[in-house]
Design a protein around this ligand. Sequence first.
Ligand code: PMP
Length: 457
Amino acid sequence: MSTVDTSLPAAGGPALPQERTAATVPGPRSAELARRRAAALPAGLTSASQMYAHAAGGGVIVDVDGRSHIDFGSGIAVTTVGNAAPRVVERMTEQMARFTHTCFLATPYEGYLEVAERLNALAPGDHDKRTALFSTGAEAVENAVKYARIATGRSAVVVFDHAFHGRSQLTMTMTAKNQPYKEGFGPFSPEVHRTPMAYPYRWPSGPANAADEAFARFALLVDSQIGASNTAAVVVEPIQGEGGFIVPAPGFLRRVADFCTERGIVFVADEVQSGIARTGTWFACEHEGIVPDLITTAKGLAGGMPLAAVTGRADIMDAAHPGGIGGTYAGNPVACAAALGVFETVEAEGLLARATAIGDVLTTELATFDDPAGIIGEIRGRGAMIAVELVAGAGDSTPNPAAVAEIVRYAHARGLFVLTAGTYGNVLRFLPPLSISDALLHDGIGVLRDAFAALAR
Ligand code: PMP
């Protein structure tokens, strides 16, 4: 057994004191674990924080030195309903006491069906839907491509600049950014084609042209270079996550989706990061009124348990032959129980509205930050998925990753945990759990305000 400091809280969840301890990290115990880590783990495995977690819940992470940090990361968009959320823990505990695994491919169980039924009902569109469960986001994306290929008999997959779809062979290929995700890990999968994202802030001829021009480039790629008759799927994040919370120019996704429908191409919304209440709706594609053929979810789906899903049109999902899809752990019963607890929590606690309210506070407050040099290029996102893109200064949109690194260092040292994103590493992203209190949310924003002020001095 590892040594757990009995002077620290014995349980997490909302019972933890909802406070911030402004103290430098790492504390002595975290530093000791960092030394053990160096001898036990490969160098390429990195962590954004220097603190080691002891307990978490509500809006805080308590580290092994007993310091309490405000959580603006939710374990990268995972603990949307809060860490160790009571309904999630209760459901999991009940399930764990009965059985932890049988393998759905061997002996099925009801929890899997319930999760599938819930996702089928929640996903946009009133057509007949099916859901298959997996363990990770990358696995869900891989399987969405498998479904699209078998259903269409075509092989090409179209993805976008700034995309992130995972770290497996196929999804790493679909991911846009070379360093750190692809560098040296090739050769890559064939039949993956990339086209520009309608990224308003950085569209060369200006934001007003982004939707039209990006759509024209996309249509040209599919119709005249790949051939629609060879194109199985278009995979797109309705809000690009790792790419820096890029919200596609209004109307762009709709045009891409309609184009796919006209040509029999499977339109896949990768909602692994944006899905399950994060943006104030169950799925981010709802903001655009899009009905995808397939939707991938993971992260927020099961409160931290490894669970992912492909949900979509029955005719596409039924195209795979018996035994062609699955996995030993896919749809694990404890993870399914956790997901049912997540659905319940979102509904019982009104978390869709809470996500919208958190987003309103973040965007309103961020817009009031003192920024004499004009390094805030853009504040964007939806619901509790908000980002700030930092640039060289007013009139110069050169990415400013150094300023982002400085703000992160400042925040972490004062007990606010934040994450970065962006193709150029110049985006601060905020993904607070929806269980965060208003007081902690404002306290965290205050730390950010101070960080920007310190940078300006
Ligand atoms: N798709 C998107 C949009 C993601 O944000 C991520 C994870 N950041 C993935 C896929 C991959 O998920 P996982 O890490 O669970 O494989």
